[in-house]
Structures are given as structure tokens and as C-alpha cells.
Design a protein around this ligand. Structure first.
Ligand code: NAI
Ligand code: OAA
Length: 310
């Protein structure tokens, strides 16, 4: 297994180290546009191997040739937002970056699975899919796992119970319009509505929607990376180990949930072939409407890129 991580910044470097520590690949290549950074960070990580007990070969490069024959490519290249910005403010600059990155990746790997992290997430997944020409099952966006991790962590904190016992799904686009699905949120199988009053659930839903900007406002210089990296690596682990995990991921919908031709976060089965199934679960009328609205916003942004991508 060879995994290439594009972007040696906060998310990319953190994810690379987690991949090595979990021994998910024999080879990890960290690529960035800035000279020295991927080489220095990767060497530093490699030197932690004897202490952290991994044998993964991890190295940095500015040359995409080193990504040759990758099985999985994690894309984290691009700008991150700062306080006062929305993820959509990154649209034009990150589109140019993701277009170039995807072209380079496809020069050297025939049929990789691409996991997109760069924002605005759903639109960047669309850009990578369009440019790469890969099957839609092989271009997957990371957002739902992160948004759901935030939702689960806030619920665990509120109830003072283990995070492990919280099951939930946050669907839709990765933005203010994301849709935490209360109906399928449970604590060791007990519906959340039996353990928390509506006002508390509403407050947790709201905090989840603002989970990204909450961190940006603390950090001031960039955005979250520990939970995002952990979330991307959970998806990689499901693929590498062919675990058939059911996780909320961004994928192209073709009629499911009444949404057509748009990338949007929904529950999927993840295994060695990428997205192996989309689970079209029953949603309440309100939740379905919110999901469709969220997808419509993604579609609008994708449409605005038509001239750039053609
Ligand atoms: N989907 C999600 O849930 C999340 C998405 N993000 C997004 O991930 C992206 C990365 O975030 P961070 O790692 O915090 O940013 P960062 O600024 O720490 O790292 C970005 C890296 O990309 C590199 N880069 C820029 N242009 C490039 C190019 N053309 N080719 C190769 N590398 C290039 C930069 O040199 C930098 O090292 C941002 O767009 C951010 O908004 C971040 C967290 C969660
Ligand atoms: O908030 C941001 O810009 C980064 C991100 O997507 C997140 O942390 O959810």
C-alpha cells in the first residue's frame, strides 16, 4: 500500500504521522509546493519510527513523480480560512490549486482512490472528480466523519458518557447548511431524545454547525487539523483494511435522496474499492428538505466553476 498526501501543512502532516503510526501503508509520500517543508517534516516523522514503533517508509518531495503508483491520495493542499472568512471564500483560489494538484496526481497514478479534504469540501471533491476522470466511487470527500465526531464529542460531554457509545450522522454539505440527523442519534442504542431535552439537542446541533469556525476563532491563524486528520485517517483505514465501515462521506449522488449530479455528504459503505454502497436511509420531511437545500448550495457553487473547469 502506497499513500500520497498532498499538502504538508497542518492537516497533511498530522494525517501522515497518523497513517504511519497506525501502519496503514508501507510507503507514505508527503508532497508540497514549498521546498524543504515536506522533506523536513517527513524526515522528522520517519525518525520518530523507532520510538513510536512503526516501519513505514515516509519521505517528502516537491516532485509528483514520487507519488507514482499510489493506491490512495489524500489531498489537503490549499488555503485555510481565517477569522471572518467562510469556507466559500476559498472557492476560486483552491479550485485553481486542486485542479493543478489533481492533474499532477493523475499523471503518475492510474487508478488511485482520492480523498479530498481541501475546502470548500464538496466543491473541491467535484473538481477532483471532474479533472481526474476517475469513477465516482473513487473520489471521496472528508467532512461528515469530522462533523459527526464533533457532534458525538459534544453529546458525550453533555451526558458525561464515553464518546464510544455515541452513534450519529451529520449529512449534507460541509458548511452552515450541514444536517445533523437527530433521528439516528443514539447513546448505546438509546435515542438521544430520551436522554436530552429538545433545547439541549438544538444547542448541540448549532454548536456542531459552527464547529469549524469555533476553532478558527481560537487559532486565528488557520483552521482545525487534529480532528480533521483523525477523520481522514479513519476513512483511509476503512479502505486499506476493507472494513466496510458505514461512515458519512461526500459522494456524487445520482438520484438518491432526490438529489442528482451533486456531491453531498450521505452514509456510505467504505471498503477497498472506495464507496461500495450509498445507504439511502429514511429521513424526516424536515431533514430531507434540509439535505436537498444543502446540496442545492453545493450545486450552485459547482455551476459557477463551469468556465474554469472546461
Ligand atoms: N474537509 C474538512 O473537514 C476540512 C478541510 N480543511 C481544509 O484543508 C485545507 C488544508 O488545511 P491546513 O492543512 O490547515 O492548511 P495549511 O495552510 O496548514 O496547509 C496547506 C498546505 O498546502 C500547500 N499548498 C498550497 N498550494 C499547493 C499546491 N499547489 N500544491 C501542493 N501543495 C500546496 C501549502 O504550501 C501548505 O503547506 C484547507 O483548504 C482547509 O480549509 C481543513 C480542516 C477540515
Ligand atoms: O473550518 C474550516 O475552515 C476548516 C473545516 O472545514 C473544519 O474545521 O470543519
Amino acid at each position: 500500500m502506497k499513500i500520497t498526501v498532498i499538502g504538508a501543512g497542518n492537516v497533511g502532516a498530522t494525517a501522515s504521522l497518523r497513517i504511519a503510526e497506525k501502519q496503514l501503508a508501507k510507503e507514505v509520500v508527503l508532497i508540497d509546493i514549498v521546498e524543504g517543508i515536506p522533506q523536513g517534516k517527513a524526515l522528522d516523522m520517519y525518525e520518530s519510527g523507532p520510538v513510536a514503533l512503526f516501519d513505514t517508509c515516509i519521505y517528502g518531495s516537491n516532485d509528483y513523480k514520487d507519488s507514482e503508483n499510489s493506491d490512495i491520495v489524500l489531498i489537503t493542499a490549499g488555503l485555510a480560512r481565517k477569522p471572518g472568512m467562510t469556507r466559500e471564500d476559498l472557492l476560486m483560489k483552491n479550485t485553481a490549486i486542486i485542479k493543478e494538484v489533481t492533474e499532477q496526481v493523475m499523471k503518475y497514478s492510474k487508478n488511485p482512490i482520492i480523498i479530498m479534504v481541501s475546502n470548500p469540501l464538496d466543491v473541491m471533491t467535484y473538481v477532483a472528480h471532474t479533472i481526474s476522470g476517475l469513477a465516482k466511487e473513487r473520489v471521496i470527500g472528508m467532512a461528515g466523519v469530522l462533523d459527526t465526531a464533533r457532534f458525538r464529542s459534544f453529546i458525550a460531554e453533555e451526558l458525561n458518557v464515553s464518546m464510544q457509545d455515541i452513534n450519529a450522522f451529520v449529512l449534507g454539505g460541509h458548511g452552515d447548511s450541514m444536517v445533523p440527523i437527530v433521528k439516528y442519534t443514539s447513546i448505546a442504542g438509546i435515542p438521544i431524545t430520551e436522554l436530552l431535552p429538545k433545547e439541549k439537542i438544538d444547542a448541540i446541533v448549532e454548536r456542531t454547525r459552527n464547529g469549524g469556525i469555533e476553532i478558527v476563532n481560537h487559532l486565528k491563524t488557520g483552521s482545525a487539523y487534529y480532528a480533521p486528520a483523525a477523520s481522514a485517517v479513519e476513512m483511509i483505514e476503512a479502505i486499506v483494511k476493507d472494513r466496510k465501515r458505514i461512515l458519512p462521506c461526500t459522494t456524487m449522488l445520482n438520484g438518491q435522496f432526490g438529489i442528482d449530479g451533486v456531491f453531498c455528504g450521505v452514509p456510505v459503505k467504505l471498503g477497498k474499492n472506495g464507496i461500495e454502497q450509498i445507504l439511502e436511509i429514511n429521513l424526516s420531511d424536515d431533514e430531507l428538505e434540509a439535505l436537498q437545500k444543502s446540496a442545492a448550495l453545493v450545486a450552485e457553487n459547482c455551476k459557477s466553476l463551469q468556465s474554469v473547469l472546461s
